[in-house]
Design a protein around this ligand. Structure first.
Ligand code: PMV
Length: 346
């Protein structure tokens, strides 16, 4: 088992380091922002500092263009709890999403921004597609707070704040290809995301949704369980750091074979580490494996260069270049094709 570090830093302490003093920044009428979802090509599954969502290894993702969360936030004049509205419906205060959002906002209160908020978020992500909607949600929330209080944060600092809500949200404050550095600092201040210099607008993703049921084990506890019980965890972290370098290089060179083969192996090893946890974590369904086998058959028998990645759920994300879209639709007619570089964020 690889240990996580106990850090003296707390989320509120990090917030106080990043945002300016509250007295100098009274709230405006409202703040708003959009942030895209992202899919990791080289993944994060395990933390170096749990309380701060600092990852054990670096990762790289592609942001989903116009697919994400748009958030509108204002302070409440009266009341003693946050009001959270998702896609037009007010959430029960004890629902998972409301609790998680309110506990994130609580860290800002601890850091001196002593307000309760009304937050309304709309998402255009395909429902139940296993897209990490929390990444877009926390990134949009941080950017909306930045707008509300006129902090004028640079993206690097916004990325650190978003990370405190959900690790992968660190990558959602940017469009395009994004690297998230693991960092080595005891307070995680060097664990932020930044854009990767690669111009590959033809790179496409295909969402193959095999189930839209909620996952039975969330990423936070799934990662912690893998770290503390899987004999493959240390090997996974080591390999993930190396895959990260390989994939960044493949993205810069627009090398689809290298990207696809490494991204697939990376996702499979992450799931292998979970399968080896005790008791195991199994996110796949039989349909997941059928999609994997179809992708391999397409490459082997039809020489069609399509690859896949899989996150903490049963759904499969295909990786290919736009000229293969017809082949993807033929074999996976239900899939949704996203050209992340093809459409600007709204
Ligand atoms: O940031 P979280 O807690 O939603 O975890 C994300 C985990 C994966 O999506 C499986 C991998 C990744 O790097 O996004």
């Amino acid at each position: 088992m690889t240990e996580t570090t106990q850090s003296a830093a707390t989320p509120a302490g990090i917030i106080a380091k990043i945002v300016p003093p509250p007295a100098e920044h009274p709230p405006r009428e409202y703040g708003r922002a959009f942030a895209p979802a992202n899919i990791a090509l080289s993944k994060y599954w395990g933390k170096r500092i749990s309380a701060l969502n600092v990852p054990a290894n670096s990762s790289v993702s592609i942001s989903l263009g116009h697919l994400g969360a748009r958030t509108h936030i204002s302070t409440l004049k009266a009341g003693d709890r946050d009001e959270i509205i998702l896609n037009g419906t007010r959430l029960a205060p004890d629902s998972d999403i409301a609790l998680r959002t309110a506990s994130f906002l609580e860290e800002f209160r601890r850091a001196g921004y002593n307000y309760f908020f009304r937050l309304s978020s709309e998402t255009n992500l395909p429902i139940g597609a296993g897209l990490a909607s929390s990444a877009a949600a926390f990134a949009a929330l941080v950017l909306a707070l930045d707008d509300l209080f006129a902090w004028n944060l640079d993206r690097r600092r916004a990325s650190i704040l978003a990370r405190l809500g959900s690790g992968s949200a660190a990558r959602s404050v940017y469009t395009g290809f994004v690297v998230w550095h693991a960092g080595t600092a005891p307070d995680g201040m060097d664990s932020y995301a930044e854009p990767l210099d690669s111009d590959w607008p033809e790179l496409a993703l295909g969402l193959v949704i095999v189930s839209s049921r909620r996952k039975h084990i969330g990423s936070r506890s799934g990662m912690e369980h893998t770290r503390s019980t899987s004999p493959l965890y240390a090997a996974w972290v080591k390999q993930a750091e190396s895959d990260f370098q390989t994939i960044c290089d493949a993205l810069r060179k627009k090398d689809l074979t290298k990207l696809g083969e490494t991204a697939e192996a990376n996702a499979l090893m992450m799931h292998a580490a979970m399968l080896a946890a005790r008791p195991p974590i199994i996110y796949w369904s039989p349909a997941t494996l059928r999609v994997i086998q179809q992708v391999h058959r397409l490459r082997r028998e039809e020489q069609i260069p399509i690859y896949f990645t899989i996150d903490a759920g049963p759904n499969v994300k295909l990786i290919f270049e736009a000229q293969q879209s017809a082949a993807v639709k033929r074999v996976f007619p239900e899939s949704e094709i996203i050209l992340p570089g093809g459409e600007p964020a709204p």
